[in-house]
Write a protein that binds this ligand. Sequence first.
Ligand code: NAD
Length: 342
Amino acid sequence: MSESNSLIKLGIVGCGEHSHEHFKAAIEVQGVKIIACCDIQDVRARSCAEQYGCDRYYTVLEEMLEEEKLDGVILCTWPIQHLQQIELCLKKGIKNILCEKSLTLSSKEATAIGKLVQQNDAFLMEGCKYLHHPAIHKLERILSYGDIGKIDSIRATFSNYEPEEAADNKEDWRYCKDCGGGVAYDWMSYLVNACNHFSGSSPKRVFASGTQSKQYEVFTRIFGMIEYENGVVAFIESSKEANFSEELQITCTNGILRLPIAWGIFGETKITQTHRKPDWDYILTDSYEIEESNAFALQLKNFTAVIQGLEQPRLPLHQSIQNVRLIEAMVTSCLEGRIIEF
Ligand SMILES: NC(=O)c1ccc[n+]([C@@H]2O[C@H](COP(=O)([O-])OP(=O)(O)OC[C@H]3O[C@@H](n4cnc5c(N)ncnc54)[C@H](O)[C@@H]3O)[C@@H](O)[C@H]2O)c1
């Protein structure tokens, strides 16, 4: 941490659409300040610096890293850039990195990131904000009480009707295969993370089927099934040709838990738990009200608490590496039409 005082000074790389959530989170979290920002587009870096009160802005990452005394960096750039930018940050002595999802685009690169972070005795957490929301903590608590029984299956969906013909900005990285666009490394990063997280096990085999855009070659639909070592089975649905859905459903021996919007929760929400006993002809539904929370602020709080040695990362790096392996396996399964064994 900075010697002058206990304020944690951060720099952010990438001042695009999503960066605003990090800037706003930093305003909400005490003891943290984004003092510098960087974007290759001068206008974006300047406008974020002005809007959020950064002391300085840059268009070259290396310059920001050399000129600023930073306690950590937030990478809010495209997945294809993460490995190279992580490498540079570590080389310039940055010890703490919050890297947006997806960590990267291949298991080879993810493993390389794991090694680099370890060799540099650094800390890196993938930004997967949903995991920090109280609704997810509540699901964990309900499952840990034991009354609901053992998990049988998990179903995670992230879909929306977004036909590419209607897209107003084809420059968007989400249409760029090489940047990590398409549902695979974007929306599906939440889904595979949730399935890995709640299954409490390692994937054994995977099968997936999907559709690729003819024009952009990115995946616009992926439907997959994961079988875990402990017998839990997960179903993943992500489509740009379906109506909106961001649901997480966990089916257990004594009940079914549903969180209707799991990945981008805004406002208050509710978990429902339904169950029916063998001799009943009706279904009981319990509800758990969840207060409004800013998951980005909670994520930043966790990141800074880890820097201060007060908490463990909510998403350890080895799990992020596993997420990438799983997405890669699903993509391979779609392309080759076969089951992928781990
Ligand atoms: N957790 C979430 O809820 C969430 C939501 C949306 C996006 N994301 C993630 O955030 C990341 C960024 O997505 P976005 O939608 O903001 O993209 P974006 O295209 O809007 O922004 C990326 C920015 O990075 C800049 N950039 C590119 N190369 C750079 C470089 N070498 N140095 C500095 N800046 C550079 C671009 O000019 C652009 O302004 C992605 O990894 C995405 O998956 C996360």
